[in-house]
Design a protein around this ligand. Structure first.
Ligand code: SF4
Length: 658
């Protein structure tokens, strides 16, 4: 028996695991490594890591679409040559930036997102985009503009922990263990979520607001704190723009804000008192915060609450590590998708806001598309618009593990190695805000290319192979690690890998004489309000309920791996409904319900539960057979970041056949 190291990348906890390998090379089991910083923890997802490559719909050979829509298998070399030929033709006829390249969720915290951007720029296209178009980056920009960086919660040193739109038990199971221990040691817990999650059973204060009303709650909290004089002199002194904040609060009607949220003054008063009086307070703003129509300003408003209650329980991990720069500085130009519509996003992150790629395709500006490890037809806003626009492309290629709905729409499919079939260099941020560089080993034979091999082969075919001098992932990682005096071998010798950066506080990232920006003058330069003022409230129509798709079960991962039976078990698309809402529509648990928005109708099973507020419904996104992104709209993208509104979608519903 042999042991190999695996780092689980299925959530941001990045648990360190061990794969126990039988004599014949098969995997006996995957379990947590007790010697590591994650202390031997492994949730059901981590333990199933090596089952993923064997799931149905696995792509194991390159496939080219025929005229009749069927796929024909070709050799890998033929597939890569076809892709190179199409890329060169589009470059010659329309310019390199007419070919867009996107790396999806598979690249998160891995090295190939940077590599994809580098490859795109070497080819000459400005239109690279990453998963940050729909996850984390909107919040990152909002916090960076406010306090200089996106913090990690310092749970261990907090007396009050706020999980705002963050369902830690299901989305970050290891972190949830840490939070539970903190609560057992006396920390107060506040959950702000339309649903009663598992975390609410820990004796916490639960603010069950209506989906998408978080910005009104944030302003009500600020108003209550101002009236109670809970802003300390020290915290005020650390900020700029306090006078503007106070003046905006003067005419704010707390009762009106709370009415939008469906919350009462006593419960919000109690939460506000804890946030400002039982300090240090740490606020974990989840992804649901940014996936709202006003998500960017919602994140800004929450960052302001954090600034005004103090930043002692925040850590600012040092990222990215000081890797070796790429050997060549590419020259590229062209019109970046989203640069006109969402310049705050594109200026900050330096890549395209691909949520509006369909617009550029329809305008004839984008002719080709390569998707690496992503499934935009299931995950980007407004699937039907994307389906129609992708069909207009001259050429589309997808590199993935499975035959997703996006892969099925492609002209060329390239089989990708699964995480446990390749070495992966990961940047792991611990629950104490420390950064570890770590290497996950290949434990199973690869049934596809890894991204380093793929981009290297493509670079050779496109004529810029010398700019990618590495032959495989290990030589690429060794290249990156050289300035840190590390290599793959040294990372494997220690279960935690390399401890790159210790805890940093706000003062460590601030330059001299800087302060926390309650008002952000730079936003005015872009034409937006310098304060995240509450927008005019739009009351849902009487016959509509509000659907949130920011829901996730503990077993499942984003939209990925719904084909892995060890993860999915008996789960299916399920619409959660409050008993009063269900009774109004004469729906009971187990009924099939018809959900409708505009011309789109979906079917799901009903689950009637007290755990969701009246007048709202929740369903998990990512089901191919119940794709809720038919309900998201490009017209409802956040005006500043271009992020989709997935948290509060007006729908109508009825019992199917009723
Ligand atoms: S908590 Fe679970 S999913 Fe997250 S990294 Fe750990 S094992 Fe993986």
């Amino acid at each position: 028996m042999q042991e190999k190291k695996l780092i689980c990348g299925l959530c941001a906890c990045n648990c360190i695991l061990k794969a126990i390998i039988n004599e014949d090379g098969s995997v006996k089991e995957v379990k947590g490594d007790p010697e590591s910083i994650t202390g031997g923890f492994a949730c059901s997802k981590g333990r199933a890591l090596t089952k993923i490559p064997k799931a149905k719909n696995r792509i194991t050979e390159a496939l080219v679409k025929q005229k009749d829509g069927s796929f024909k298998s070709v050799t890998m070399l033929e597939a890569l040559e076809l892709l190179a030929q199409k890329m060169l033709a589009i470059k010659q006829d329309f310019g390199a930036s007419a070919f867009a390249i996107h790396s999806g969720q598979a690249a998160v915290r891995r090295q190939f997102s940077r590599l994809t951007g580098y490859f795109s720029h070497l080819y000459g296209s400005v239109n690279y985009s990453g998963i940050g178009t729909t996850c984390n980056v909107s919040k990152r920009i909002a916090y960076t503009m406010t306090m200089g960086g996106l913090p990690k919660c310092d749970y261990l040193n907090a007396k009050t922990i706020v999980l705002w739109g963050h369902n830690a038990p299901n989305t970050h199971p290891y972190d949830w263990q840490v939070i539970k221990n903190c609560c057992a040691n006396g920390a107060k817990l506040i959950i702000i979520n339309p649903q009663k999650t598992e975390a609410c059973r820990e004796g916490c204060l639960h603010l069950a607001l209506k989906p998408g009303t978080d910005i009104y709650l944030a302003w009500a909290i600020l108003k209550i704190a101002a009236q109670q004089k809970w802003f300390t002199e020290q915290n005020i002194a650390a900020t700029s723009g306090f006078e503007a904040l106070v003046s905006s609060l003067e005419n704010l009607d707390t009762a009106e804000m709370l009415d939008h949220c469906g919350l009462t003054l006593p419960e919000v008063n109690k939460a506000t008192k804890l946030i400002f009086q039982a300090t240090p307070t740490t606020i974990m703003a989840g992804t649901a915060i940014e996936l709202q129509q006003h998500g960017f300003q919602t994140a800004r408003a929450i960052a302001i609450i954090q600034a005004m209650c103090g930043t002692k329980a925040l850590l600012f991990p040092k990222m990215p590590p000081a890797y070796a720069p790429f050997p060549v500085k590419p020259s590229f130009n062209g019109e970046m998708v989203g640069a006109t519509e969402y310049p705050v996003f594109t200026d900050f992150v330096g890549y395209a806001q691909s949520n509006i790629l369909s617009k550029s395709i329809n305008e004839g500006k984008i002719k080709g598309l390569l998707i690496v490890g992503g499934n935009p037809l299931a995950t980007w806003a407004n699937s039907s618009v994307n389906q129609r626009s992708f069909a207009k492309l001259d050429f589309m290629a997808v590199m993935d593990n499975f035959l997703t709905i996006t892969a099925k729409a492609a002209d060329l499919i390239i089989p990708a190695a699964c995480p446990t079939e390749k070495y992966e260099l990961l940047e792991c941020i611990s629950s104490t805000g420390e950064v570890y560089l770590n290497l996950s080993e290949a434990v199973l034979p690869a049934k596809g290319l890894n991204e380093v091999e793929f981009f290297k082969a493509m670079a050779d075919l496109l004529g810029f192979g010398e700019a990618m001098p590495w032959q495989n992932s290990l030589t690429y990682f060794d290249y990156l690690l050289k300035p840190l005096k590390l290599n793959c071998q040294s990372l494997l010798q220690n279960s935690n890998g390399f401890h790159y950066a210790a805890n940093r506080k706000l003062q460590d990232i601030q330059k001299e004489n800087t302060s926390i920006n309650l008002t952000v003058p730079k936003l005015a330069e872009y034409g937006y309000s310098t304060l995240p003022l509450p927008p005019v409230y739009e009351k849902p129509a009487a016959d509509q309920i509000i659907l949130t798709t920011c829901d996730k079960s503990r077993n499942l991962v984003h939209s990925r791996y719904r084909n892995v039976k060890e993860l999915v078990k008996n789960e299916e698309p399920t619409l959660k409904l409050n008993p009063n809402t269900a009774s109004f529509y004469q729906i009971i648990t187990g009924d099939t319900v018809q959900i409708k928005r505009g011309e789109h109708t979906l079917l799901a099973k009903a689950l009637v539960t007290e755990n969701i507020t009246e007048g709202t419904a929740a369903i998990m996104h990512g089901w191919a057979n119940c794709n809720v992104n038919y309900f998201t709209r490009l017209e409802e993208l956040d005006a500043i970041s271009g992020f989709p509104n997935s948290a509060a979608i007006p729908i109508s519903l009825k019992k199917y056949g009723g």
